[in-house]
Design a protein around this ligand. Structure first.
Ligand code: NAD
Ligand code: TDX
Length: 332
């Protein structure tokens, strides 16, 4: 593993992986990123110039992708449109980037024999009842609910088909909800933290009973690196850290960490088609590849994340007004 191409490497999770790979391997990395609203050059600051190169370009553009893939032996594919609410307002970029982008990469790795790791989400499995004793496993049937999760499910299917039909050397991971530094403030946890820091209140969709299975982004990166090192070609690995919490619990925790009353939040219009609960069983990854999460104290991780947003107000503040106006227009 000498030369790794990281698509979407200027986003929340991809940039974390680039830092993680620089610290834990001797590989040279190239980031391919379109630099959409979700990207951040600041998230890539401080990396050694002789090990990390940034290329601005579209993963769905074969003229950009083909020569880049040919110059690398491994591709880790994070690039995506990633926000469910945006996919409900305008699904078209989700189809292009998540489906056509993955197709474009697959055709390039098919020609060159490059190893591909495809980063996906637990949302491809739809949702669970709150009291369901089962969690998602690698055997769970696909049942996506939103344009975002349907586009990710479709991209997973493309990868599996290219493995089976063309012998492409690929692995897939489906991870649960990430939190940590550099997450865009449109997403749940940073939105609520920055609402409070900006003098407002957290906004909970519906009653707040929906459950997400939280994992620190650093644990997601260590899992992806472990799959690159030891994962079996053609296999899927679910990544999760046993972090189930209702949205209401998370909002109360954020308010507590920020020294505010735990009921100082607002209920707002629910998300259409809102998935009720996600929960990951990551036994395969743990038993087969010996991976374990390191950030298993959610309260401590949240306290550090709150501090991070407090310290990085100059990063998030310029986007805050536009993000909140777009939500307000939808009653959220
Ligand atoms: P993000 O929105 O923060 O980052 C996505 C990055 O992809 C951005 O830097 C953006 O500029 C880039 N990008 C978008 N379209 C592109 C294109 N056409 N060509 C090249 N680059 C493009 O997303 P994230 O939260 O970091 O998610 C990264 C990946 O992980 C996605 O594939 C997502 O589906 C998956 N994932 C996310 C989570 C989560 O909790 N956020 C959980 C599981 C899986
Ligand atoms: O203001 C809010 N209030 C609220 O109650 C927002 C933005 C969200 N929510 C709820 C909706 C969800 O139940 O919080 C939960 C988390 O919402 P998001 O941060 O939008 O994440 P989710 O829709 O669960 O999807 C995330 O996890 C899986 C990522 O955005 C995806 O990229 C990933 O695939």
């Amino acid at each position: 593993m000498q030369r790794i191409l990281v698509t979407g490497g200027a986003g929340f999770i991809g940039s974390n992986f680039v830092h993680h790979a620089v610290s834990h391997t001797d590989a040279r990395l190239t980031v391919l990123d379109k630099m959409t609203y979700a990207a951040s050059r600041d998230a890539l600051a401080g990396l050694p110039e002789d090990r990390v190169t940034v290329v601005v370009g579209d993963v769905a553009d074969a003229a950009t992708v083909d020569p880049l893939v040919a110059a690398h032996d491994t591709v880790v594919h994070y690039a995506a449109e990633s926000h469910n609410d945006n996919s409900l307002s305008d699904p078209s970029p989700f189809i292009r980037t998540n489906l056509v982008g993955t197709f474009t990469l697959l055709e390039a790795v098919r020609r060159t024999g490059c190893r591909l790791h495809h980063v996906s989400t637990d949302e491809v499995y739809g949702d669970l009842e709150l009291d369901d004793p089962e969690r998602f496993t690698e055997e769970t049937a696909y049942r996506p609910s939103s344009p975002y999760s349907a586009s990710k499910a479709g991209s997973d299917h493309l990868v599996r088909a290219w493995v089976r039909s063309f012998g492409v050397r690929a692995t897939i991971s489906n991870c649960s909800n990430n939190y940590g530094p550099w997450q865009h403030i449109e997403k749940f946890i940073p939105r609520q933290i920055t609402n409070v820091l900006a003098g407002g209140r957290p906004k909970l969709y519906g009653a707040g009973a929906n459950v997400r299975d939280w994992i620190h982004t650093e644990d997601h990166s260590s899992a992806v690196l472990r799959i690159l090192e030891a994962g079996r070609i053609g296999e899927t690995y679910l990544i999760g850290a046993d972090g189930e919490r209702s949205n209401l619990e998370v909002v109360r925790l954020i308010l507590r960490v920020l020294g505010r009353a735990e009921d100082d939040f607002e209920h707002v219009t629910d998300r259409p088609g809102h998935d009720l609960r996600y929960a990951i069983d990551s036994t395969k990854l743990r038993k087969e590849l010996g991976w374990e999460p390191m950030f298993d104290d959610f309260e401590a991780g949240m306290a550090r994340t709150v501090e991070w947003y407090r310290d990085h107000e100059t990063w998030w503040r310029p986007a805050k007004e536009a993000v909140e106006s777009a939500y307000a227009a939808k009653g959220q």
